[in-house]
Ligand binder design. Structure first.
Ligand SMILES: *Cc1c(COP(=O)(O)O)cnc(C)c1O
Length: 462
């Protein structure tokens, strides 16, 4: 039976002569079409071997062939609905951009621009000039520079100020962030020598002090953004580290990670040190991400004292780590929102979602539930209170009260529903908890409700 079926599989040459294939075939497409035919036949072969089908027709093969051909035209990087409630979801692209930033990216992509052209003098300019002034204004720093991401920023700063010298770091701050950013590894690449001081839970000023010698290049503070050490702990206050650095003429560097520019404690969050605080206290160089709490594009922002930033700008590595015009456009537009805090909170999606009112989320949940009445009857939707997360390694202990829709079905398991939603033409990413699918309202954007309703409607058909 199986053998017979396998024998029945058509040859590629044969299929290439099929009328419907000939219609789409031209010289430029021959390789693509041959590949797709081969893959399609392979899929049928596998299905036969696994006893998944007991017969097929040539039409079945052609149907799958055209589906596969269509799929190849679709981009691999595509829009998804984030129903996880994790606002800065690194796997889903972290921050989405504010409207102004989106328009700026389109402008930069569509037209020539003055990226490295000084319009007043009619000669070559610097790509960093567009952004330095506004970064100075917002953070209060003397100078600024932007590179590819925060990992690159830390590496560049250490390489410039601490190559072949010692960088003193507390053991409690030797963190790993997102599985790829490890302070000791970044240090190795930057050719700074790591000097660990203190213990995991406690580090004192004298630990730093006794490690200072003529080989010391910098004192580094890393914001342990994705975990909290509780209980018997002690960290040296930033002010004391700065005073120590001054006394010995050693620059103090801070990797502040998320780089929040607005004090979120006034909105009921635990206080998170802002970039402005660090600069005001006198840290020499501060680095942070562009796409975490700042809510902009992927970037690593370096702000601080002019003498150090100037040295960093001259480092050859800066050229290798530079940002492109679209990032620059998006970042400038995002930063402009920060000139007015109210505007920042209203227009930057990351901030807007984190601060979104619970009552509004409840309304959204009610609206979605109402619209889901069109779904097959075996589905059951309940509105419940739950918690969202900031994500991106920011504010790890902060649970934000939210509203979710819990989905159950008498026909499908939660895992099956989760898979079907993830396999939707516009994938919907949810989480499963206690055999229920959870759809968090906090991270749903305008238009997402429509997509979710459609997906549930379709699920009745499979
Ligand atoms: C996120 C983070 C990084 C890495 O930043 P990227 O922009 O992802 O490269 C480095 N340090 C800290 C403290 C962070 O939180």
């Amino acid at each position: 039976m199986k053998k017979e079926l396998l024998r029945k599989l058509p040859k590629i040459d044969e299929l290439l002569k099929e009328e419907c294939v000939v219609k789409v075939l031209n010289d430029g497409k021959k390789a693509l079409i041959t590949d797709t035919l081969r893959e399609t036949i392979e899929e049928f072969r596998n299905a036969i071997l696994k006893d998944e089908i007991d017969d097929f027709s040539k039409e079945d093969i052609m149907k799958l062939f055209f589906t596969n051909l269509e799929k190849k035209k679709q981009p691999n990087l595509k829009k998804v609905v984030n129903a996880t409630g994790i606002v800065i979801h690194t796997n889903l692209g972290r921050s989405i951009l504010c409207k102004d930033a989106i328009y700026s990216v389109i402008m930069a992509a569509e037209h020539y621009n003055n990226l490295e052209y000084n319009l007043e003098e009619g000669k070559r300019g610097s790509r960093y000039s567009h952004i330095e002034k506004i970064l100075r204004e917002i953070t209060g720093a003397e100078a600024a520079l932007v590179v590819n991401n925060n990992a690159a920023a830390v590496m560049l700063v250490l390489n410039t100020l601490c190559e072949d010298k010692e960088a003193i770091v507390s053991r409690g701050q030797l963190v790993e962030i997102g599985g790829s950013f490890r302070v000791p590894e970044v240090m190795k690449f930057s050719r700074a020598k790591l000097v660990e001081v203190g213990t995991t839970n406690r580090t004192h000023l004298y630990d730093y002090e006794s490690s200072i010698n003529e080989d010391t290049g910098v004192i580094l503070k890393v914001h342990t953004s994705n975990f909290k050490i509780m209980g018997f702990t002690e960290e040296v206050p930033l002010e004391d580290m700065i005073a120590l650095g001054k006394e010995h003429s050693i620059p103090v560097i801070e990797d502040i990670g998320s780089g929040v520019l607005i004090d979120l404690s006034k909105y009921g969050f635990t206080y998170e040190p802002t970039v402005q605080d660090s600069i005001e206290k006198g840290v020499d160089v501060v680095t942070f991400s562009g796409d975490k709490l700042l809510g902009g594009p992927q970037a690593g922002i370096i702000v601080g004292k002019k003498e150090y930033i100037e040295r960093i700008k001259k480092n050859q590595l800066t050229r290798a780590l530079r940002i492109d015009k679209m990032t620059l456009a998006a970042l400038e537009a995002t930063l402009k929102c920060y000139l007015d805090e109210k505007e920042a909170v209203e227009s930057i999606p990351t901030l807007n979602m984190i601060l979104c009112d619970k009552a509004e989320l409840k309304k959204k949940a009610q609206g979605l539930k109402r619209r889901l009445k069109v779904s097959p009857e075996h589905f059951n939707f309940t509105i419940a209170e739950d918690y969202s997360m900031v994500g991106g390694g920011s504010m790890p202990t902060e649970k934000i009260e939210s509203y979710v829709l819990k989905v159950k079905s008498s026909k499908y398991s939660a895992k099956q529903i989760e898979e079907a939603l993830r396999g939707n033409s516009i994938p919907i990413v949810t989480r499963v908890c206690n055999d229920e699918v959870i759809i968090d309202m906090r991270t749903l954007l305008q238009g997402d409700l429509e997509i979710i309703v459609d997906a549930f409607k379709k699920m009745g058909e499979i």
